[in-house]
Design a protein around this ligand. Structure first.
Ligand SMILES: *Cc1c(COP(=O)(O)O)cnc(C)c1O
Length: 842
């Protein structure tokens, strides 16, 4: 632990402060928490103590809004969005809460009066990394926007004890370390054990008739677990709304303990406890790839059942009748991870509340909306039938019933088309049998959406074609967005000051107002200021790179950045091949004019994804060779920044000149990193994929470096028997690149190390790197030339930012509210302590 900093002895009172100034109040509250929450005095306090004291100070200011919000929603019985997501990649809370409360500058001042640096304290927070990448981060941006737009909403998920692993590099290879984010406690959450719920698992079902001849099904589980909610307040920006992120922790039910203890089986009882708690132990670290593990299905069911039972409890306290479930709650499924909710709501309504099937089905369909997030077949969830039956025997029966009724409808509608019936069934019956979760989500929802225009089109034409033909009106598009509070105001304070100085602060809430920056793109003074900010951000990142990678990079070189999960479809290796191409050019022509570039990579590979790990090794190997070669080191640097996370992203996106968005067209559903880069003034080199298309449309084709095949062309090229060897034969530079790797130039002569990667490219190249190589290299030529005209580059950079307003998650959420959820804002008046006391006395 770090040594404490000096806290000035006259801490209670700063230099020239008014008796009741915000900084003075913060300072007092901070010292109060240092003493009474942390139990420390300054000489013994660690940085963590200081961070926690400040966190508690801020938390007190949230609680008042939180209570007022809950009070207002309860009083009005407001229609509520329930956002169900297996992942919430929140990032650190303290800085964000200070921004939203409008206390950031006061906090900095009051800390500095105590001899403390606010940034140091902010970096003490362990980020809750409860997600893999884009999907989990989207959920985090969405709950931020919901609170800012004053929409009554709850985010429901899992309180993983271990979030996404911490990535380290050892000899250039990824090595995973567990993420112990709860180690020093979590000041942002409140446990609510009084609202715990019981979840059943496994066992079998029984049928019986009651006196009136009505059939009842009883599910006899072989175990139960307790779901305990942990609540985190989610503040809106400068309003009084504090919504709730409710994450479920799995515990062993006490009654169960007793039974086993009484049998004298202590070890067995403890074992059962461990098994129960495993349910929320660890996040599965796979992105865009499913692993059919029983524990994963149990995890999904666990949090979905807890959440739906919680909604029923809320309805009961607010005296809302059961048949109004869909009027009280709009439930959104973030991908198919929570799709079991369709069967679970049917079970709760019919088995546990004796509602008739047809009415329950009508309510269920009106309740759910489903967001699809992927076009990759290996990412579509399906569960082997036997496994599913073992975990959820009753749900399998319910799914059979839903399927029977659904397929009747299909047969009626498409007379004689049994092939279609087979394709659309909730059960895959060719070979091993599976439950298809995407089909369950489609059948059980009233709205289905993709996350960018191209993606939504491809869903309709391809992945969910039959469902679109049957229910065209259910389908829509909701292009993703990101929150400008975290990704500009917090991550890029320098730029925030410059922009607000020019156009006021309204853009933080209404990002379209950034358009007002357009005229400034022609103002030389403004451009100089803009450039200086980018330079300062690059200097900051250079310091981080020096510390973490031991490499000195030049802030005046172009920072060319690709940060995102490592995946073949995202094609980090296309960039790697191109860097080798540049290296080869420089070695064969030492006097070549070339724009100096620093290539910065970051991202985690799924621990079991061997090829992704090999791509990391290739990048680090290229770095080892290039960075120590005096012939090129002034023109080319390559670094891999370990452990890409929200915290690290906040320093990386603002420092980028060039954003690499180079996925094979038709594979990236949307991307959101592309939006964070553009907002912060990076230009994009990218394919016609996901939201890149819409970004290009917004910023203007002349301010975007486009390359590569379109989704349609990729399909055609692959359909006509794609032969990567032909591209290799036709491209001398690409041949040199492959030959250097093959001969061990980047692996100290080891010709075997990268063989699997090279063989895969030469023989199959499933993501068409070779087909796009020349086009990519040409686009990079244009980038290099453009960067040398720094005035014009700055102009384009400003325009990228000015025209990125569409990509605020506020816009996305407003569309969900209007088209899918049908919810209205509810304004929260702030309650004082007095008001609360009065309420209590009534
Ligand atoms: C935004 C973000 C992502 C998503 O990046 P893409 O480039 O859209 O894949 C992944 N991880 C983190 C930490 C992010 O902040």
């Amino acid at each position: 632990m770090n040594q404490p900093q000096v806290v000035s002895p006259n801490s209670g009172r700063g230099p020239d402060d008014e008796p009741d100034s915000p900084t003075r109040r913060l300072r007092h509250a901070f010292l109060h928490h240092l003493f009474y929450t942390q139990g420390k005095f300054p000489a013994l306090a660690t940085k963590t103590d200081y961070y926690l004291a400040l966190a508690h100070t801020v938390r007190d200011r949230l609680l008042q809004r939180w209570i007022s919000t809950a009070n207002e929603y309860t009083k009005n019985g407001s229609r509520t969005v329930a956002y169900l997501s297996a992942e919430f990649l929140m990032g650190p809370h303290l800085g964000n809460n200070l921004i939203n409360l409008g206390l950031f500058d006061d906090a900095r001042k009051s800390m500095s009066e105590l001899g403390l640096n606010l940034d140091d304290l902010l970096y003490e927070e362990e980020e809750p990394g409860l997600g893999n990448g884009g999907l989990g981060r989207l959920a985090a941006c969405f709950i931020d926007s919901l609170a800012t737009l004053e929409i009554p909403a709850v985010g429901y998920g899992i309180r993983y004890e271990f979030g996404i692993f911490h990535q380290t590099l050892v000899d250039g290879w990824q090595v995973e370390k567990t993420d112990k984010w709860l180690r020093y406690g979590n000041p942002w959450e409140l446990a609510r054990p009084e609202w715990s719920v019981t979840v059943k698992l496994g066992g079998h079902t029984e049928r019986m008739q009651d006196n009136s001849g009505q059939l009842h099904v009883r599910w006899v589980p072989n175990r139960t677990v307790l779901g305990v909610p942990y609540d985190t307040p989610i503040l809106g920006y400068r309003n009084n709304t504090a919504n709730t992120l409710r994450l479920w922790k799995a515990e062993a039910p006490e009654a169960f303990d007793f039974a086993v203890f009484n049998r004298g089986d202590y070890q067995g009882a403890v074992n059962q406890k461990v098994v129960s708690e495993n349910l929320s132990k660890v996040l599965y670290p796979n992105d865009e790839h499913v692993e059919g593990k029983e524990l994963r299905l149990a995890q999904q069911y666990f949090f979905v059942s807890c959440s739906l039972q919680d909604m029923l409890r809320i309805m009961k306290t607010q005296h809302v009748p059961l048949h109004e479930f869909h009027e009280k709650f709009a439930v959104q499924l973030n991908d198919t991870h929570p799709a079991i909710g369709v069967a679970e709501l049917m079970r709760l309504l019919t088995d546990e509340h004796q509602m008739h099937w047809n009415q329950a089905w009508d309510i269920t369909r009106k309740t759910f909306g489903y967001t699809n997030h992927t076009l990759l077949p290996e990412a579509l969830e399906r569960w082997p039938l036997e496994l599913f039956k073992r975990v959820l025997p009753r749900h399998l029966e319910i799914i059979y019933e839903i399927n029977a009724r659904f397929l009747d409808e299909v047969r009626q509608r498409y007379f004689g088309d049994e092939a279609r019936v087979t394709r659309m069934s909730l059960i895959e019956e060719t070979g091993e049998r599976y439950v298809r979760m995407a089909h369950l989500a489609c059948v059980g929802s009233h709205a289905i959406n993709g996350v960018a225009e191209l993606h939504s089109e491809l869903l309709k034409q391809d992945v969910l074609k039959d469902f679109h033909e049957m229910w065209p009106a259910k389908f829509g598009n909701k292009t993703n967005g990101v929150t400008p509070r975290r990704w500009i105001a917090l991550a890029n304070p320098r730029l925030t000051r410059l922009i607000s100085g020019a156009i006021g602060e309204g853009w933080i809430k209404r990002l379209e107002e950034l358009r007002q920056l357009e005229p400034f793109a022609l103002d030389p003074n403004f451009r100089a200021g803009w450039r200086e900010i980018k330079r300062a951000n690059k200097r900051d990142l250079s310091d981080v790179i020096r510390k973490r990678c031991g490499v000195a990079v030049d802030p005046s070189s172009m920072f060319d950045v690709q940060v995102k999960r490592i995946h073949e479809y995202k094609r980090q290796h296309l960039s790697a091949l191109h860097i080798i191409g540049l290296y080869h050019r420089l070695k064969t022509n030492p006097n070549l004019e070339m724009t100096p570039r620093t290539f910065i990579f970051g991202g985690k590979a799924a621990p079991g994804y061997w090829m992704a790990k090999l791509i990391i090794r290739l990048i680090t190997s290229i770095g080892e060779v290039v960075n120590r070669d005096p012939a090129v080191r002034d023109k080319l640097r390559v670094v891999f920044l370990p452990n890409f996370s929200v915290t690290n992203g906040q320093r990386i996106y603002p420092a980028a000149d060039l954003s690499e968005q180079i996925s094979t067209a038709g594979k990236e559903a949307s991307g959101t990193g592309n939006m964070k880069f553009a907002m912060n003034g990076a230009l994009t080199i990218g394919t016609m994929d996901g939201a890149n298309i819409e970004i290009r449309e917004q910023v203007g084709a002349e301010n975007f470096f486009l390359f590569g095949l379109t989704a349609h062309e990729v399909a055609t090229v692959r359909g006509n028997g794609y032969r990567p060897q032909d591209y290799l034969d036709g491209n001398a530079e690409l041949r040199e690149v492959i030959s250097l790797i093959r001969h061990g130039y980047f692996s100290r002569g080891d010709g075997e190390l990268f063989r699997p990667l090279v063989d895969s490219l030469v023989n199959h190249d499933p993501y068409c790197l070779f087909a796009d190589y020349q086009s990519y290299a040409d686009a990079h030529e244009r980038v290099g030339t453009a960067y040398r005209d720094s005035e014009d580059w700055t102009r384009m950079s400003i325009l990228n930012s000015a025209r990125s307003g569409l990509f605020s998650s506020d816009r996305t959420i407003a569309e969900y509210c209007r088209d899918i959820w049908n919810v209205q804002p509810v304004q929260v008046p702030i309650l004082s302590h007095e008001d609360v006391r009065v309420e209590l006395m009534v």
